[in-house]
Ligand binder design. Structure first.
Ligand code: ZN
Length: 187
């Protein structure tokens, strides 16, 4: 059996160009893609996230990982990988606070569907389907948005965004001339 240690990937921060691109579908489960999924899962836990999407680490691919319950589950890990996901159904509306590893120290209420059904492929390329509600449903919608270049701050009121202007400007200022933003934030 191969043994490969997963890499802790750099999280791209607000201002990074990849965060705003529409990501491309995965067409083949190559070794590179398999390794990348391992790294994505590893990085999500390293950064204490409940979800992480490929564009957040600078790869414009339709892949994300979620584990909404590991905090409340005594740290027991159960990562779910979704490749080329599609929502089948949305039901209800609910507002709750959200944060994002690409937008550190910003938490705002976002309205989302209360319940969703999503389909996609898992890390083995097998078809999977999840019916989700609560935090699970929220995490799926948040991560899916990353695949379309959408960030949760796009979904809050204009007035709230005005209050975040300085924080967003500070984050954006760490973007380099190539549009990459892997800068460590100095607070
Ligand atoms: Zn996010």
């Amino acid at each position: 059996m191969k043994s490969r240690n997963p890499n802790n990937l750099h999280i791209r921060l607000y201002g990074d160009k990849t965060l705003r691109e529409v990501a491309k579908p995965v067409t083949e489960f190559t070794e590179d893609i398999n390794n990348f999924i391992d790294d994505l899962v590893y990085t999500m836990y390293e950064k204490d996230g409940v979800g992480l999407a490929a564009p957040q680490v600078g790869r414009s691919l339709r892949i994300f990982v979620v584990d909404p319950f590991w905090f409340s589950n005594e740290g027991k890990k159960n990562p779910l990988v979704l490749v080329n996901p599609e929502f089948i159904e949305f039901n209800g509306d609910i507002e709750s606070d959200e944060g994002c590893l690409s937008l550190p120290n910003i938490f705002e209420p976002v309205k989302r569907a209360e319940m969703v059904i999503i389909e996609g492929l898992n890390e083995k390329g097998e078809k999977v389907r999840y019916e989700a509600e609560g935090l699970f449903a929220r995490a799926l919608q948040h991560e899916f948005d990353h695949l379309d270049g959408i960030l949760f701050i796009d979904k809050i009121s204009k007035l709230k965004r005005v209050f975040l202007k300085k924080k967003l400007h500070d984050l954006q200022s760490t973007t380099d001339e190539n549009g990459d933003n892997i800068g460590e934030l100095v607070l």
